[in-house]
Every structure is written in structure tokens, then in C-alpha cells.
Design a protein around this ligand. Structure first.
Ligand code: AMP
Length: 312
């Protein structure tokens, strides 16, 4: 888990205030957003930078949460108005949630302008945000090694054409199983994966990861499938940010080792799952804020033990 300055990982996504209700409690206007969770998770492996905009309600204490993990905020603009705000509720089945309110606020007129070191970032992740913004960021990138993409049902429903444009330009696509079905119009996940991989035009070997909540994930790569379970947690408080933390751990690990071969892709899946499993143990970003590298390594080793068996 070495971190070197050459392992830059740029992300665009929401930096938000979330109001969350789960069967175990609720939190109001807590720091969240796809870029927040992504970069906190990635910061254990690589050097993340955020491209986003916040409003005047974003305070010094929120900035400090990101700065404590050495996240580069030179691309985080502060604009007049309110930050992106998301309200969601989870029911007893914590794998599905309902978005109750989504206000783009300052993101509505955001035009991302990348600095030189952002443009030259070798690893890029287009986190969950309007596909138009994902495209604007991607067009400014000069020499990337690996570009990843995330989205949610909201953009599939409202901005499909723009999303399909971005999808053609990326190497890695991370979505959850309901979104995979929504996008492909296929119920069976292998059929869905085939269709989505056909939609990804950029590389000869696109990588598609379908997240299955607490049950784990399927990674489709180079004509193969890798299947990892979720870490069997005893307590889950708040699933918010699990997907972004997975993506941050996954991309962060690859950027940190600066290798994208089969073995590293599989390890990246496990590191992503490890970080996501920690994220859900407390409300908002709290668990990620106090997470340590030692805890990550220990749970990574537990994962190996959990999934290992001998043939004879
Ligand atoms: P996750 O649980 O990993 O899928 O992501 C949850 C985070 O995504 C929350 O902190 C929200 O602020 C943010 N979020 C929810 N919906 C959207 C959206 N449509 N665009 C961008 N960010 C979103």
C-alpha cells in the first residue's frame, strides 16, 4: 500500500450534503457525495484529487475531513449558493434505497476547468454525477492509463444519450445490478454484461464490474468472470457511500501499484470490497475517517481466508 506522488487519481463527482434514514437511525445534512466517499477510500492507496463544486454551506470542518487524508482540493470550487443535496431512505432490505430528494444546486451551472496536474493524471474516475460533466472532464484529460466510470439510475433514466457517449470512452464501468438490468433491459446478469460491454467502445478489453450489495460483485474482464462475495458483516448502519468507497478502493489500489493485469484487478476488487465493508459500519463518512491501513490489511487477509479452499 505504497503511496507515491506519481500515482495520481483524479475524480469528478458530487461533494454533497446527505440526509439519510435507515432502520437504525438517521443523519441530517452530513457530508457525503460520490467524490467524497471515492477519494476518502482511494486515499489509503494513491493520491486522489477532486474536481467538484460546493456552496457556501461547505465549511472548514468539512474541508478538514478531506484534507486530513491528504486529498488534493485544488479542483474543488466554492460558489455562491448551496451544495448538492441528496435525501435517501433505506428499508430493512439494505440493498435497495429510495432517493427522496435530489437538488443539484451549485452543480447545475458547474463548468469544470482542470489544472495541468489534473489533466495529466494517469488514473481518472468519472464518479456519479451528470454525464455531461463527466464528458467535460474527460475531454480535458491528456494521457490517461485507465479511466473508470460510475453512474446511477437517475442518470440512466434522465440522461441516457449523454451517458452512452461517456460509456464509449472509458476502460472500466462500475454499476450495481439493478442499474445493469435497467441499462441493458436484460434480467440475467451475464446477458446484461454482454450488452453493456458491447456499449463500451474504447478498449479491446473493457472491464465491467456489477456490484451486488452485501452479496459481493461480478467482474467481467478479458472474456472471463471473477466473482467475489461481500464481507459478512455483523452490523451495518448505513449503506450510503458503499458503491463509491468500493470504486475508490478499486481504482486507488490500481493507481497505487500502477498495474492493471489480471491479478491486480482481482486484488483491487477485494480491496474495494474491504473499504466498502468498513464504510457501512457507521453513518456517513465517520467510519472511513477513523479507518487505518492496519484494519484494511487485516480484513484483506480475512477475505483471503474466507474464500480459500483446497481441491484435495
Ligand atoms: P453510493 O451509496 O455509493 O451509491 O453513493 C451515495 C452518495 O452518492 C451519496 O453521498 C449522495 O450524495 C450521492 N448521490 C446520490 N445520488 C446522486 C446523483 N444522482 N448524482 C451524484 N451523486 C449522487
Amino acid at each position: 500500500m505504497k503511496k507515491s506522488l506519481s500515482n495520481h487519481l483524479l475524480t469528478v463527482g458530487s461533494v454533497a450534503f446527505d440526509s439519510i434514514k435507515t432502520p437504525f437511525g438517521q443523519a441530517k445534512k452530513t457530508l457525503g457525495g460520490s467524490a467524497t466517499y471515492f477519494s476518502l477510500a482511494a486515499s489509503f492507496f494513491a493520491q486522489p484529487s477532486i474536481i467538484a463544486v460546493v456552496g457556501q454551506d461547505f465549511q472548514h470542518r468539512h474541508k478538514q475531513i478531506l484534507q486530513k487524508r491528504q486529498i488534493d482540493l485544488s479542483g474543488l470550487r466554492v460558489q455562491k449558493g448551496k451544495s448538492f443535496a441528496w435525501t435517501g431512505e433505506y428499508f430493512l432490505d439494505l440493498n435497495t434505497r429510495q432517493t427522496l430528494k435530489l437538488a443539484l444546486n451549485v452543480f447545475a451551472d458547474f463548468k469544470p476547468q482542470l489544472l495541468l496536474h489534473h489533466r495529466q493524471s494517469p488514473y481518472v474516475f468519472l464518479g456519479n454525477i451528470h454525464p455531461k460533466l463527466q464528458l467535460q472532464v474527460l475531454r480535458q484529460i491528456e494521457n490517461s492509463k485507465l479511466v473508470g466510470l460510475d453512474t446511477v439510475d437517475f442518470w440512466i433514466e434522465h440522461n441516457l444519450k449523454e451517458l452512452q457517449k461517456v460509456l464509449k470512452l472509458v476502460d472500466v464501468f462500475v454499476i450495481n445490478e439493478a442499474e445493469a438490468r435497467q441499462l441493458s433491459k436484460e434480467r440475467n446478469l451475464r446477458q446484461a454484461a454482454k450488452k453493456i460491454i458491447r456499449m463500451m467502445g474504447k478498449t479491446k478489453s473493457p472491464i465491467l464490474i456489477i456490484k451486488q450489495g452485501e452479496y459481493g460483485l461480478l467482474m467481467f474482464y478479458h472474456g472471463e468472470i471473477f466473482n467475489s462475495p461481500g464481507y459478512p458483516l455483523e452490523t451495518i448502519f448505513d449503506p450510503t457511500g458503499a458503491g463509491d468507497s468500493f470504486a475508490g478502493g478499486f481504482m486507488g489500489y490500481l493507481a497505487g501499484v500502477d498495474k492493471v493485469d489480471e491479478n491486480h484487478l482481482k486484488r483491487a476488487c477485494i480491496f474495494g470490497s474491504v473499504i466498502a465493508s468498513f464504510c457501512v459500519e457507521d453513518f456517513g463518512t465517520k467510519r472511513l475517517e477513523r479507518l487505518t491501513k492496519k484494519e484494511i490489511q487485516n480484513r484483506f487477509a480475512e477475505f483471503k481466508h474466507l474464500t480459500h479452499f483446497e481441491i484435495k
